[in-house]
Design a protein around this ligand. Structure first.
Ligand code: FAD
Length: 414
């Protein structure tokens, strides 16, 4: 299954969408030909990664734009720019080294590992570091998180970065009430996916852009003309849902996958996903999940993690072929131990304190479990390699292949 961690999109749980007479779009299914919002009255629901990037562009075209925000996010400037040729040459001249450093790193990105606490450096030094992240053209998503070694484990350390971003918001956004509504206070920096934006906060200074805080005035229903909150009725030509995804498990459980004893994957995961290494599920022989829950996946540069999984799974299948075996699945014990480890490491951090899609909190009824593995991409890769080197420790591999090399693999035992 290479169905993606963020591919099962969701629209808000408010009634009435079928009544709406205008156009509506989900950012995860954007029309390939593009959308022209010129002269339109547009409502955008959602201010996560997709909303943050869509809002400034829609504002450039729309006659009126109303943004419905439930949770303000921390948005760092993307500072997209042509890559300096010298920088390109440098990276390409030591490509193998850079890629290897990414594979061994915490987040799958080759950045220096922090060694000091945010609380042990002088406030001026901290400020200078955060300013360099904010203003540096070559910044990247994890630069703030890797500023200090306790950014995701210490609330006090994290607060220093969170306050830095809140201060920038207050500086940029002219209307104090709007600025206050855009400042995140309900989760530590980085525990919801930090966003990169271009002119995001600046967009709220435009006269035709308005922010509606749906924490204060929730959306009650979508109507044929727009939508209604507890306080006001809105009319729109277009609605844009930037409301995210049933992350990590949604695309897997959307398929009616059944394992031994006809057990549905969805039922097996009723209390949260259980996997061994995020790659396999006990009772589901030969089901492999690329960047599955319980692996670094969405907490990493996904290209690094996807490659690692694809290579590991290909090697595992090749090894079965070579040994004339046909099925592979984890033991329940290995799965239990790994799932407990993923949970334990997750709870050593601030991540579980946030209502995030990492925790399943954005989908009503979804169990609240920290799904990705935060032990680090390098550590995780090492563990996977050790498991393979030890004869696929924790997996049961069995069954004689019926027609080795005959072209068609035998079907999984079930
Ligand atoms: C707003 C946003 C920002 C992101 N930013 C980053 C980032 O900065 N860095 C990063 O590394 N990653 C980022 N990601 C994550 C991104 O999803 C992955 O990097 C990358 O797309 C994952 O590739 P994939 O092939 O695993 O999954 P996808 O690209 O999601 O591909 C999965 C494919 O499977 C298909 N599929 C799903 N279910 C079925 C089915 N039942 N039958 C047939 N086909 C099916 C889907 O249609 C899709 O084509 C971001 C994602 C989003 C939404």
């Amino acid at each position: 299954m290479a169905t993606g961690c963020l591919s099962a999109s969701k629209v808000p749980e408010v009634p009435g969408l079928d009544l709406f007479r205008g156009r509506w779009f989900h950012t995860g299914h954007w029309p390939k030909e593009g959308v022209d919002f010129s002269g339109q009255r547009v409502g955008v629901i959602g201010t996560g990664s997709s909303g943050v990037q869509a809002i400034p562009l829609i504002a450039e075209q729309a006659a009126e734009l109303t943004v419905f925000q439930r949770t303000p996010n921390f948005v760092l400037p993307a500072r997209n720019h042509p890559i300096d040729p010298e920088h390109q040459r440098d990276v390409k001249s030591r490509y193998a080294e850079v890629r290897q450093a990414a594979r061994e790193s915490g987040f799958g990105i080759a950045v220096p590992t922090p060694t000091r606490s945010a609380l042990e450096v002088a406030p001026e030094e901290r400020q200078a570091r955060y300013e360099s992240v904010w203003y540096d053209e070559d910044n990247n998503l994890v630069d703030m998180l890797v500023s200090y070694n306790d950014m995701i484990t210490s609330q006090a350390a994290n607060d220093t970065a969170a306050q830095f971003v809140r201060d920038r918001i207050a500086e940029i956004v002219e209307d104090p009430e709007t600025a206050a509504a855009l400042q995140p206070h309900d989760h530590p920096f980085g525990t919801k996916r930090p966003c990169l934006g271009t002119n995001y906060y600046e967009t709220f200074n435009l006269p035709h852009v308005r922010l509606v805080n749906v924490r204060k005035t929730p959306i009650v229903e979508i109507t044929h003309r727009g939508l209604r909150t507890t306080q006001e009725e809105f009319e729109f030509d277009d609605l844009v849902f930037a409301t995210g995804f049933d992350a990590m498990t949604g695309a897997l459980t959307a398929v009616d996958i059944r394992g031994r004893g006809d057990v549905k994957l969805e039922d097996k995961w009723h209390a949260g996903p259980r996997t061994y290494l995020g790659i396999q599920v006990a009772g589901f022989p030969n089901l492999f999940t690329i960047t599955g829950p319980g692996s670094p996946s969405v907490l990493s540069n996904m290209i690094t993690s996807i490659e690692q999984h694809v290579e590991w799974v290909a090697d595992a299948i090749a090894s079965m072929r070579a040994e004339g075996l046909s099925t592979m699945e984890p033991t329940v014990e290995a799965e239990d131990a790994w799932t407990a480890h993923v949970d334990e490491v997750g709870h050593m951090t601030l991540y579980p304190t946030a209502d995030s899609w990492y925790m399943g909190s954005n989908v009503p009824g979804k169990p609240r479990v920290f799904m990705p593995y935060i032990g680090g991409v390098g550590v995780y890769r090492q563990k996977c390699d050790e498991v393979a080197a030890n004869g696929y420790e924790g997996f049961v591999r069995s069954g004689a292949r019926q027609a080795v090399g005959a072209g068609r693999p035998s079907s999984p035992a079930g």
